[in-house]
Design a protein around this ligand. Structure first.
Ligand code: 13P
Length: 251
């Protein structure tokens, strides 16, 4: 069990109409929070303002799923950090594996997106993770180190204060295959060791590292029991109020 304040975050991805989002957030505000965790939900942009409005006064914070690297301009379909913040987001995911693999976000693009988010005071949840092929080739730790090094390039420890990292093995996302608690712990410990080396031991100790990839009400307890696992980033089960409530209130 972590000594840091745990975070349970839900990534709603491209799901939910406005009415569905409203119903979900309303149910979640009544979910309780016995572990005093930080609770974050990341709705799609169309629901962001509504969810933020309905979450007001509750313990739930709202994140964007991504932001563009510019504040405004001719970038059809993109959403800027200014707009995300204006809609009520306090956090943003950056570098989710679906952004990397489906939309082609490179380390260089992600680095610019992190800069934009930090410039506007959004707390970044920076996502990293290896593919199955990379894992089987024994490259997991080097891939993750390189994603961190390049994605967070040129920022000082001071600028990155409050950063949240999400380790999401690509092979575990939406597949029902969860990393074992030991596999998660191994990578989380390696990420923390990297942060200690690249920044400082104090920064590494303070940074929350979340696990994501088929987290369920049935496996959250054993994952959260690991020392370096500071929380979960949940996809599928964050769309079902009772399941996500159980995850928030893990044992
Ligand atoms: P699943 O929980 O559906 O595997 O998704 C994980 C994820 O990608 C969260 O960002």
């Amino acid at each position: 069990m972590t000594k840091r304040t745990p975070i349970i975050a839900g990534n709603w991805k491209m799901h939910n109409t406005l009415a569905e989002s409203a119903a979900l957030i309303t149910a979640l505000t009544k979910a309780g929070n016995k572990n005093h965790v930080e609770i974050i939900v990341a709705p799609s942009y169309t629901s962001l303002a509504k969810v933020a409005e309905l979450a007001k006064g509750s313990e739930i914070q709202v994140a964007a799923q991504d932001v563009h690297w510019e504040d405004k301009g001719a970038f059809t379909s993109a959403v800027s950090p200014v707009q995300a913040k204006d809609a009520g987001a306090t956090h943003t995911l950056i570098g989710h594996s679906e952004r990397r693999s489906v939309f082609g976000d490179t380390d260089e693009i992600l680095n610019k997106k992190v800069a934009a988010a930090l410039r506007h005071g959004l707390t970044v949840i920076f996502c990293v993770g290896e593919t199955l092929e990379e894992r089987e080739a024994g490259k997991t730790l080097s891939v993750i180190e390189s994603q961190l090094k390049n994605g967070l390039k040129d920022f000082t420890e001071e600028q990155l204060k409050g950063l949240i990292i999400a380790y999401e093995p690509v092979w575990a996302i939406g597949t029902g295959k969860t990393a074992t608690p030991d596999q998660a712990q191994e990578v989380h410990a390696a990420i923390r060791a990297y942060l200690a080396k690249a920044y400082s031991p104090a920064f590494a100790e303070a940074t929350r590292i979340l696990y994501g990839g088929s987290v369920k009400d049935s496996n959250v307890d054993e994952i959260m029991a690991k020392e370096d696992v500071d929380g979960a980033l949940v996809g599928g089960q964050s769309l079902i109020a009772e399941k996500f409530a159980r995850i928030i209130n893990f044992n």
